[in-house]
Design a protein around this ligand. Structure first.
Ligand code: G1P
Length: 293
């Protein structure tokens, strides 16, 4: 079994659902409590054993590269001032030299095309794909849960969750086959189906472990839903030759590409932090009469 060492983060999207906040700021740099969204996703990948972080960026995304760089003056100043706690936290999040790569998706042709842009950096090994709009909250990170399944199943593994039957048009939806370990065998996949055409209510929630043969299929993938090159369509073609498994993720997921999901994430991650929890609980109590009226 080849270890999953590399992860791809498609971060080229314009963030139009989040204007005006994202006019000058990449959506991946929006802050949930005190960390940018992208840091949560990179931390999740690191916990799962990822050693190389590949970012598919676009114009106006240099803040992401700067965030993962060493800020020499800042670190020295913090050290001089004895601010060791925050310094240790910053250093723990910092990728090691040579662990990051950046490439650009020059034209926004869709998620499948963004992933294809990383083909040379990934090479011929299985890899993880994490969509940074989705941040996950669970004791064991989502990708680590998936790696645990992958080590038993091999093949390709997707994280799935259930959505309301009326919401299938927002996601990639998978068909459910035989149960295995923490999930099931995937029998079909369709991107953004109408409820009547959806094979189930299990949606792909933004984490993938894929075999490198996906790249050859993405190379000549026709456009699909929304006129874009879709990863789901290429995966469906790969499914003709290789196994796909769903891992039913245990935990919370927040869609930080939308203001609602982002507000929920801030509340939920802040409540998890000891230093904010007592204050926040009281504050929420003061809001309850307003909520219930
Ligand atoms: C993408 C994928 C879709 C998946 C979703 C999860 O869609 O194409 O299959 O369910 O992410 O967020 P997007 O949100 O980019 O439209």
């Amino acid at each position: 079994m080849t270890k999953i060492r590399k992860a791809v983060f498609p971060v080229a999207g314009l963030g139009t659902r989040f204007l005006p906040a994202t006019k000058a700021l990449p959506k991946e740099m929006l802050t949930v409590v005190d960390k940018p969204v992208i840091q949560y996703v990179v931390d999740e990948a690191r916990e799962a054993g990822i050693e190389h972080f590949i970012f598919v960026t676009g114009r106006n995304k240099t803040a992401i590269e700067d965030h993962f760089d060493v800020q020499v003056e800042l670190y020295e100043t913090l050290s001089r001032r004895g601010k060791t706690e925050i310094l240790d936290r910053l250093e723990a999040m910092q990728p090691q030299p040579g662990q990051t790569s950046y490439t650009r998706q020059q034209v926004p042709l869709g998620l499948g095309h963004a992933v294809w842009c990383a083909r040379e950096l990934v090479g011929g090994e299985p890899f993880a794909l994490l969509l940074p709009d989705m941040i996950m909250q669970s004791e064991t990170g989502c990708l680590k849960q998936m790696v645990d399944l992958y080590e038993k199943s091999g093949g390709n593994v997707l994280s799935v969750e259930e959505c309301d039957p009326g919401e299938t048009h927002k996601y990639g939806i998978v068909g459910r086959g035989k149960d295995i370990h923490t999930g099931f065998e995937i029998t079909s996949m369709v991107e953004k189906p109408k409820p009547a055409d959806a094979p189930s209510t299990f949606y792909i929630s933004g984490r993938y472990i894929l075999q490198p043969e996906i790249f050859a299929l993405l190379e000549n993938q026709q456009t699909g839903a929304g006129g874009e090159i879709q990863i789901t369509d290429a995966m469906l073609r790969l499914h003709a030759e290789q196994s796909f498994y769903a891992h039913v993720y245990k935990g919370r997921t927040f869609d930080c590409g939308s203001p609602e999901g982002f507000v929920e994430a801030n509340l939920s991650f802040a409540l998890e932090r000891e230093e904010f929890r007592p204050y926040l609980k009281n504050f929420i109590r003061t809001l309850l009469p307003e909520i219930e009226s």
